[in-house]
Structure formats: structure tokens, C-alpha cells
Design a protein around this ligand. Structure first.
Ligand code: NCD
Length: 357
């Protein structure tokens, strides 16, 4: 891979992405060929937020490649509880490991971490922003289950505002040939403006709807998501949004015979259990594809990795980022970095528009 770190999948070339998807399939079919591929290497997991699948699939992936694993899944048992900055933690851990996987509640945290690490950083979820390894998992699932990742009509349903898996999936798929999107959500939970800007810049077709039932017959893929309770300002706000979209066996009757239903999991109440036995529901298979996807990624990223700390850029912008969930508003030593994207000024960490004050 050309870039040392993985912040989002859209920094990969098509050939790099295709290579990873093919390698994941190859590992699935011939796991024995890879049992020593990472012998002597160490993967560190820094999880500042809860996780089951992402963390365990990364750990299993490294163990199945013959490597070893260190890390924390509760920052309160690490020096973070004593007030250590992200910068210092990452710098230290990068001296102990060959690759770091980080999950953090603030948007832009993985990019920030990449400035201070000697070894490759993998973004395993930065707040409500991006989650590229879930997307790689989703793409491997689509390749294996539908035979392609192009020319698909993809419905995304639920919390499109806060769902980082949704943002990464759209950003990776909108530039692939012939894909179109049906965005099913309430008005309040529709995709953020930077995702719409991305769809428009790619020239991808999309429509917004508020009825899952009506959307069902058009879809080749349905990507269900949980309402992200932890990203809401209050419980009342969450209560208003939960339970609006529920996929059940009755709605599945309206769908194509070759539909595939994906969900990054965990599920709360947005898919009833009577859908689980429908052969079109592949969300449990998806979790296993995630392990092969991460094995492929670890292999590619540790191969000939350069061990250098790039450091944070020296220049900084005077205006703070207006997104309160951006890492720059908490880790104050970080330079404020903005870039022009599609003629709009955005934050380099969290991609939100910069509102000049
Ligand atoms: C997702 C996440 O953490 O963003 N889970 C996962 O990694 N499989 C989805 C979610 O929490 O809803």
C-alpha cells in the first residue's frame, strides 16, 4: 500500500482495494498458507470505546497469522486515566509494536495518532466519522456473497448521521462503477453534508427516503444500522429516533430474491430475529469475512513498513474547528488543519465544514 496509515479506504487506489479483497478471499480458502506470515510481529489494539467484533477480529487475525497481540480495551486501566495525551500514548506504543489499531470516540483521532506513530495506524472507528475496516469487511462480504462490488443499488437504513460504517461504505462505493444509493432515515438522522458533497463530487446517483417498506423492492443490498445512542445529546432525543425503521420477515417478502442484508452489528431492535434464518440475511457471515479482511490488511500493512514518525504539520489555522466532537477541540496541541475540498473549506481531521467566525 502506498500510504503508511489507513484513515479511510478512499485513500487507496482501486488496485490496492481490489488486491485486499482478493487476498482476503484467498486467505479464507487457504488459511494454512498464512499461519506464519506475521511470525515475530506484534499488533497493538488501543480501544478507547467499547467493541466486540472489531477488536476480537483484529486480535484473532493477528494470532492466525502467527503474530502476537498487546493493548487495552478500557482506557481507565491505562495511563489515559492519569491524563496522558493521545500523542504520548501512541508514540510509546509504536515503540513496542509493528502495527496499531485504534478506536476512539472523537472524529479525526486516527489521523491525529498517525502523526506521532512510527508504525502503521489503522482506524478502527473515530467517533461518528469513519470505520474503514468495517467497510473492507462489507466489500469482502459483497464480493463473496453477490460476486461484485459494482453496479449495485445499495439501501442504507437507520442512523446515517452518526453511523461511521455508513460514511466509510458510501465513500468507498460511490466512486465504483454503476453503484447507486437509497438513503433511508428520518430527516434528523440523514447523512452529514460532507457525505453528500462526496456523493455529488463522484456523480453517484442517490435518493433519500423515509419508508423502508417502499424502498425494499429496488434494492440489491440493504445495509441496516443501529441508532447510535452514545452519540446523542440526550436520552429523549434517542427515544424519539429509536424503533422507526425495523426490518422484519414481512418486509423481506417485498425484496428481490437475490437481496443481501448486511449489518455491522451490534443489532438492537432494527432487525427482528425472524429475519436471521432468511438465506438473504448475511450479517453473521459478514463478521467472519471481517476476520479475513483484517488478516489481509495486517499482511499488506506490515509488509516492508517504514518506521518513521512524520510529526504533525507545522502550520496551524487560527479558527478552531466548529465540530465539538472533533479531536482538535480536546487534544489542544494538535495543529488546526483545513483543506479545500470541492470548493468547500473542511477540517482535515473530521471533514466537517469550517464555519468562519
Ligand atoms: C459498528 C461501530 O462500532 O461503528 N460496529 C462494528 O464495528 N462492527 C457499528 C455500531 O456500533 O453500530
Amino acid at each position: 500500500m502506498t500510504s503508511q496509515h489507513l484513515i479511510n479506504l478512499n485513500t487507496l487506489t482501486y488496485n490496492e482495494l481490489d488486491g485486499l479483497i482478493k487476498l482476503a478471499g484467498e486467505i479464507k480458502r487457504h488459511p494454512a498458507r498464512y499461519i506464519d506470515a506475521c511470525h515475530g510481529k506484534v499488533l497493538a489494539t488501543l480501544f478507547y470505546e467499547p467493541s466486540t467484533r472489531t477488536q476480537m477480529s483484529f486480535q484473532t487475525a493477528m494470532l492466525r497469522l502467527g503474530g502476537k497481540v498487546i493493548g487495552f480495551d478500557n482506557p481507565q486501566t491505562s495511563s489515559v486515566a492519569k491524563g496522558e495525551s493521545l500523542k504520548d500514548t501512541v508514540r510509546v506504543v509504536s515503540g513496542y509494536s509493528d502495527i496499531i489499531v485504534i478506536r476512539h470516540p472523537l472524529a479525526g483521532s486516527a489521523r491525529a495518532a498517525s502523526f506521532f506513530s512510527k508504525v502503521p495506524i489503522i482506524n478502527a472507528g473515530d467517533g461518528g466519522h469513519f470505520h474503514p475496516t468495517q467497510t473492507l469487511t462489507d466489500l469482502v462480504t459483497l464480493k463473496e456473497e453477490k460476486g461484485r462490488i459494482t453496479n449495485l443499488c445499495i439501501g442504507l437504513c437507520g442512523d446515517l448521521m452518526n453511523g461511521r460504517t455508513v460514511h466509510s461504505l458510501i465513500s468507498a462505493m460511490c466512486s465504483l462503477e454503476g453503484n447507486s444509493f437509497v438513503l433511508i432515515s428520518t430527516k434528523q438522522l440523514s447523512v452529514p453534508s460532507y457525505i453528500k458533497d462526496m456523493l455529488n463530487a463522484a456523480g453517484a446517483k442517490y435518493i433519500e427516503m423515509n419508508s423502508l417498506e417502499e424502498a425494499m423492492p429496488m434494492l440489491d443490498v440493504l445495509y441496516m444500522t443501529r441508532i447510535q445512542r452514545e452519540r446523542f445529546g440526550s436520552d429523549e432525543e434517542y427515544e424519539r429516533q429509536k424503533g422507526v425503521f425495523v426490518l422484519d420477515a414481512k418486509k423481506m417478502k417485498r425484496a428481490k430474491q437475490d437481496l443481501r442484508v448486511l449489518h455491522p452489528l451490534p443489532r438492537v431492535d432494527e432487525i427482528t430475529v425472524d429475519v436471521d434464518d432468511d438465506p438473504r440475511a448475511v450479517y453473521f457471515e459478514q463478521t467472519e469475512y471481517g476476520m479475513y479482511a483484517r488478516m489481509a490488511l495486517i499482511l499488506e500493512m506490515t509488509d516492508n513498513a517504514v518506521r518513521t514518525i512524520k510529526g504533525a504539520p507545522k502550520q496551524t489555522h487560527a479558527t478552531p474547528c466548529s465540530n465539538p466532537h472533533c479531536i482538535t477541540n480536546t487534544e489542544l496541541y494538535l495543529p488546526k488543519l483545513y483543506r479545500e475540498k470541492y470548493g468547500i473549506m473542511t477540517c482535515r481531521y473530521c471533514d466537517e465544514r469550517i464555519l468562519e467566525r
